[in-house]
Design a protein. Structure first.
Length: 174
């Protein structure tokens, strides 16, 4: 989360299954133009409230409504890995339609490419003290490393080839 920072710095959670970001689709009967007018009207009311109370959280609310509208336009395209060239899908080892760390690495590149300032990837299952043989250090750890190596190296290479690594800080933790 954004911790001690103001709420304007909070992130957007992207899900691995179903809609990547909830509530981006317009309700039936609500056009994009109508949605934009609604948000502009809400922002006008919020700005009047801000000028009266000077609460910075109101500006955050305005910014979040504007960001939500922009996301409705851009997120569906960014979150679709099917449109990537086959050589990119092969490089990452993605599995369209399935949950995989490789898919998330490709999505991370696409988000950085679109100007997202902070992307966090999380993968569970690094505890190699498992109760079964497949989870034990001798097998589970090797499998986990195998799952990570290809997509992470593809992400770094892809960022570099696109000139994005120059302005991207990659932090790896375990």
């Amino acid at each position: 989360g954004n911790g001690f920072l103001p709420s304007i710095y909070q992130g957007v959670h992207c899900r691995s299954k179903g809609d990547p970001v909830l509530y981006l689709k317009d309700p039936k009967g609500v056009s994009r133009d109508l949605k934009k007018k609604i948000i502009e009207s809400i922002n006008e009311i919020n700005y009047k409230e801000y000028t009266k109370f000077k609460d910075p959280e109101i500006l955050t609310r305005i910014s979040q409504y504007e960001m939500a509208y922009r996301m409705q336009v851009s997120v569906p395209e960014v979150m679709d890995i099917n449109n990537e060239p086959d050589y990119i899908k092969e490089m990452y080892g993605v599995k369209p339609g399935k949950e995989s760390f490789a898919n998330n690495c490709l999505l991370a590149r696409k988000m950085v490419e679109k100007g997202v300032r902070f992307v966090q990837l999380y993968d569970w299952g690094w505890d190699s003290h498992g109760a079964s043989e497949s989870e034990a250090l001798s097998k589970g750890f090797l499998n986990k490393c195998r799952d990570m190596d290809r997509p992470v190296s593809a992400l770094l290479l892809d960022l570099k080839q696109r000139g994005l690594l120059d302005e991207t800080l990659v932090v790896w933790g375990g």
